[in-house]
Design a protein around this ligand. Structure first.
Ligand code: SF4
Length: 215
């Protein structure tokens, strides 16, 4: 009789396998400092990292400091941001974020989650991604990929991102959450995709309770 897969993948084994598969995992948004990453994350809502990366070279060349963005001509921002979609809204968002940085943080990107989420347009997921990617912190950023993977691995049945975060984070050493975030996002993008997860070539297939259930 074939052995039955457990209902929940072992978190420690999953993280080891993901780390082996993605030893250099990092965010795929192009950014060389915290301000650039913060702006790129704001722009990434409802679009792909590739699309954001297609506009940020010009954006980051024309605008270098929070004060530059805060004083930017809205029409110029809209022109540059055209390809990312929702460009009017995003141009306003960029200015609002930059204005908050100038007025409350001396133009610098703050380093704590509490301060980051006090900035307009910056939610918990974005704050965690920044802290993990730029400040050496460890936190779980629950985006659509992390949530989907966590569900398929049997770690949560929740839909609400905060609840997913609480349930998944409880399975790990807090110091591991940054690595989990970065590797899980890549795995969700490249292998465990929403419509056609590639279970046949997935490094987690041996421990995943959902392996092979997608036709
Ligand atoms: S085995 Fe399939 S469902 Fe499980 S993590 Fe891999 S791709 Fe996703």
């Amino acid at each position: 009789m074939p052995s039955r897969q457990p209902d929940r993948a072992d978190p420690e084994i999953v993280l080891r396998l993901l780390t082996e598969a993605y030893p250099d995992a990092r965010v795929e948004l192009a950014a060389s400092n915290p301000l650039e990453l913060l702006i790129a994350i704001v722009l990434s809502a409802q679009t792909t990292d590739e699309r954001v990366n297609s506009v940020t070279p010009e954006l980051f060349t024309r605008y270098r400091t929070a004060a530059d963005y805060a004083a930017a001509d809205l029409a110029d921002l809209e022109r540059i941001l055209g390809p990312v979609g929702y460009y009017r809204q995003k141009a306003k968002a960029v200015k609002a974020v930059a204005t908050a940085l100038v007025e409350r943080f001396d133009g610098e990107v703050p380093r704590t989650v509490e301060e980051l989420v006090s900035i307009p347009w910056v939610g918990r997921k974005s704050a965690h991604l920044l802290v993990v990617s730029m400040f050496g912190g460890s936190a779980l950023a629950v985006d659509t990929h992390v949530k989907r993977l966590a569900k398929r691995l049997g770690w949560t049945t929740q839909d609400d991102a905060d609840k997913v975060e609480a349930e998944v984070a409880a399975l790990f050493d807090p110091a591991e959450l940054g690595r989990l975030t970065l590797t899980a996002i890549l795995h969700g993008r490249r292998v465990c995709t929403a419509r056609r997860p590639a279970c046949g070539s997935c490094v987690l297939a041996g421990v995943c309770p959902s392996a092979g259930q997608f036709g």
